[in-house]
Design a protein. Structure first.
Length: 365
């Protein structure tokens, strides 16, 4: 008999990749979709007709619906990926963020703990590197002191400790996955990585510059496919524990922009100014004969995109997961970014001479 898994947040980046992974392992996948007049199922449209996929309407703010769904499914594994997931937005909606990310996690833990006529399911909680916030150590791991600096981080901190408490108090097989930034073509366009790749992929048909926040922010970016495999591995371990998943590499937002322009257009960014006055330019030729090289503004800083309390650096050490779970990454940073760029505009449109002429294609090794 196949295992049953319940995924909250199945329509998101992580939920959709996790669903694909579990289906490949012969699970029956149950997913939670929030009640909405226009549900966003784009990331899972290709699996909705699979007989091993069942969708349930519910809400992380509604204990009754969670209790009913969990008792009807009687899952072997529960993956809590549902969240208000945008850190900047959490400053504007702190109460809503707390209700979903913190108390919502507690509601689901309670639904699992009180399940009737079967064993308590294994429980995975999507935690976050934002727990570390104002970093207390240059490289963060499972023992690094936490100092969240946003309502999002604080809510995740609550859920993190709730999971540890339920593991110790009720002997639940419950794990926290402390995941550093992980991206993909399915990342929402409001997140900086996807915002950058989408702009750069279509730069030659866009007239306005790209507006960004703190260009100096350093992040540890991996691919979501690697990280959902880590989620699954945590629930296959012999005992429950908490694990950091990360690449151990850090890149600035400025580096991200530079890499995207290099891969997609073979262009070098020319930076001028400092702080909020910093601007990025590229030189280019038009297709008109004998026309001189021109310079175009492509990046400006918008102070509105800064957080009220910034997190300047996040970089993780996943040695524990690599040793105990045999977790391994397949994607490099460059490969991740190229995949995102290709998704935002097919490679057949890439110009071999940097976007200056449609006569050929620029190929990246």
């Amino acid at each position: 008999m196949s295992k049953r898994a319940f995924i909250t947040g199945i329509t998101g980046q992580d939920g959709s990749y996790l669903a694909e992974l579990l289906l490949s392992k012969n699970y029956h996948v149950h997913g939670l979709i929030r009640r909405s007049s226009t549900p966003n199922t784009k990331n899972i449209e290709h699996i909705l007709n699979n007989p091993n996929v069942t969708i349930h309407l519910g809400d992380m703010t509604d204990s009754a619906s969670l209790n009913k769904i969990v008792n009807n499914i009687k899952p072997d594994e529960v993956y809590n990926l549902a969240a208000q997931s945008h850190v900047k937005v959490s400053f504007d909606t702190p109460v809503c963020t707390g209700d979903i990310n913190a108390i919502g996690s507690m509601r689901l833990l309670e639904a699992c703990r009180n399940i009737k006529d079967c064993s308590i399911p294994k429980f995975y909680q999507a935690s976050s590197s934002e727990l570390f916030g104002k970093i207390q150590e240059p490289i963060q791991n499972e023992t690094t002191p936490m100092y969240p600096r946003s309502p999002y981080g604080v809510a995740k901190y609550y859920a993190y400790w709730a999971v540890k408490n339920y593991r110790e108090a009720y002997n639940m097989f419950a794990c926290n996955g402390i995941l550093f930034n992980h991206e993909s073509p399915r990342r929402g366009e409001e997140f900086v990585t996807r915002k950058v790749t989408k702009y750069v992929a279509n730069w030659d048909i866009t007239s306005e510059p790209l507006e960004l926040g703190n260009l100096s922010s350093l992040r540890d970016w991996g691919h979501a496919k690697d990280y959902v495999n880590g989620m699954w591995l945590m629930l296959q371990a012999s005992k429950p524990d908490d694990y950091v998943l990360s690449t151990g590499e850090k890149h600035s937002v400025k580096e991200l922009v530079e890499l995207c322009f290099k891969i997609r257009h073979n262009k070098t960014i020319l930076w001028e100014g400092e702080g909020i006055e910093q601007k990025g330019y590229v030189n280019y030729f038009t297709t008109k004969a004998n026309e001189k090289m021109k310079r175009r503004l492509v990046v400006v800083v918008n102070p509105d995109f800064y957080r009220p309390s910034e997190v300047d650096v996040l970089c993780g050490n996943s040695a524990k997961a690599e040793k105990e779970l045999n977790w391994k990454r397949k994607y490099t940073f460059d490969r991740l970014i190229k995949e995102m760029l290709l998704s935002d505009q097919p490679e057949k449109y890439w110009y071999k001479n940097g976007g200056e002429s449609p006569d050929g294609y620029y190929t990246v090794s």
